[in-house]
Design a protein around this ligand. Structure first.
Ligand SMILES: Cc1cc2nc3c(=O)[nH]c(=O)nc-3n(C[C@H](O)[C@H](O)[C@H](O)COP(=O)(O)O)c2cc1C
Length: 229
């Protein structure tokens, strides 16, 4: 290992920078064939999700959410999948956050799951809409009290003076809501992404991977196609 000081006097690990390109893993799996996949991609997603759980992948519900602002600037961040069915994929957040504002301006969004231990990726694209206030209430009140308080205290994505500011706010809220239910803030709740396309990616040797994409056609029927890796 060789270390050096950069122009600002910070110690840098030179060798790691040089090593980045050397990280290389073979994705050895038996792959996926069209006929072994379910006709319905939501059912197929459920199968893969289940296999991730069985294979003890930690937090298989972690996904990247990509949004695009109305001036066409994309952004991505991790959120947690909290439910899925034939209507789509549900996550919870602050509606006034950056992602919330972008989704209000542009309903098109994408979700990406990485289940690396199984050499799998799932990409989902579609449009989002807010779920009902009743559903958001139900989920909000199922969360640990500490998480509820944090959701109320945090004006997500806004600049705050320091950590203390946030912690003081939580302490105040603890007092305010002592012995009573914390109401769900109007600006906190769920979104559901209804999919228009879902792609299942399975890593294979020599980077010759399998990609099967489902697209919803104009008759609302899922069409399956294989994409080059
Ligand atoms: C493992 C993990 C799980 C997360 N889950 C959520 C979530 O479910 N909802 C959420 O709003 N933010 C979640 N976050 C935080 C987001 O990544 C992000 O920092 C935050 O939502 C603000 O994003 P925005 O400014 O683009 O709106 C999670 C982050 C990580 C690393």
């Amino acid at each position: 290992m060789s270390f050096f000081k950069d122009i600002k006097g910070q110690v840098r690990n030179k060798s790691i920078r040089q090593l980045v390109a050397n990280f290389r893993n073979e994705y050895l799996s038996k792959g996926i064939s069209e006929n072994e996949l379910d006709d319905d991609p939501i059912d197929q997603f459920e199968k893969w999700f289940n296999e991730s759980v069985k294979n003890k992948i930690p937090e298989p519900n972690i996904m990247n959410l990509s949004t695009v602002s109305n001036d066409c600037k994309p952004s991505g961040r991790i959120v947690l999948l909290k439910g899925f069915d034939e209507n789509g994929f549900v996550f919870y957040t602050n509606y006034d956050s950056r992602k919330g504002s972008e989704l209000a301006e542009n309903k098109y969004a994408a979700l990406t799951f990485l289940w690396h231990e199984l050499y799998r990726q799932v990409r989902i694209e579609g449009t989002v809409q807010k779920i009902s206030a009743e559903e958001s209430d139900k989920y909000f009140h199922s969360r640990p009290r500490g998480s509820q308080l944090s959701a109320v205290a945090s004006a997500q994505s806004r600049i705050i003076p320091d950590r203390d500011f946030l912690e003081k706010k939580v302490t105040e809220l603890e007092k305010e809501f002592q012995d009573r239910q914390i109401p769900r803030p109007d600006n906190w709740g769920g979104f559901c992404l209804s999919p228009a396309s879902i792609e299942f990616w399975q890593g294979r040797a020599n980077r010759l991977h399998d990609r099967i994409q489902y697209i919803l056609n104009e008759k609302n029927i899922w069409i399956r196609q294989r994409l080059a890796p």
